[in-house]
Design a protein. Sequence first.
Length: 365
Amino acid sequence: MSNTVNNRYDFTLIFDVQDGNPNGDPDAGNLPRIDAETGKGLVTDVCLKRKVRNYVQLVKGCERPYDIYIKEKAVLGAAHVKAFKELGISVGEESRKPISQELFEKLSELDLCEGLTLEEGEEEGADHHLIVGADADKKVIKVWIKDEKLEKSIASAINTALKDAKPRKPTADETEQGRKKMCEDYFDIRTFGAVLSLKSAPNCGQVRGPIQMTFGRSTDRIVSLEHSITRMAVATEAEAEKQGGDNRTMGRKNTVPYGLYVAHGFVSPHLAAQTGFSGDDLELFWKSLEQMFEHDRSAARGLMSTQKLIVFKHDSALGNAPAHKLFDLIEIKRNTNNEGPARSFKDYNVTVGNAPVGVEILELL
């Protein structure tokens, strides 16, 4: 990834949904997101970036330098600790508590929480030790103690050991080393940025990503349709008895019959230089925008497709025209021969005006 990004880019992503829910709102019963004032549909930038992450994870397999920081079931603090250990930076002092043979045997029978380990005495009569790692998450361990309902002697020994474990606050130089390491290893950090100052892990600072995106907004008002659905089965015997063997479960799902959405984005070469975001990364990002819906199918989302990806490439790092002026060059209009509601991309015409001096228009899709 030696090639650098030297030009500013602005881009417009045009995508659509047919008979699906492009981005449900958990605060509104997972209904499609709608601007209450205009009735137009919304898709958050977080949703779009999630699909980019999923595509890169699928294509690159989470292998560095294309690993994904924000991924399903990830423990973010573990990534920080791993980075510091690979850099040879101490994360603190572990706690080593001598314990009796009886307590050692009791602890050996447990599935110890992450951060706790046992060390058996090497010689007969030598002390055994309960070890709490310097990077152990004390809150998680305390919750584990409560959930496991440990006997008093075991809980007391662990809590005493926890007090002696001392996480170490990294210096400013070490934090910067951690930040660079995280950018090198994780595609989404060097692309979108991240807040890496966790309380429960070594501080890696904050990263401003070179690529930022807006919400997607539909060109026309959308309608959210509610559908009743039936499952020919029940979850429990009690439900079956209550229904007298009919075994039906009713449910609902909401869809948008059709919506054409437009989102905008920006690529900063200055921030790319700070995070190490390369030309190869940029090509992968463009490809992810083209292909992300193809590998994210579900019955709930219906048919989602990237219809257009229009990129404005500036001749300079600072840019040669305001982004909003470039976005205004794109016109999306309904076909005059279709009077009813739009039901496909063919019901629209998309045209792009002439670029100003110093800007090249690239229609990647």
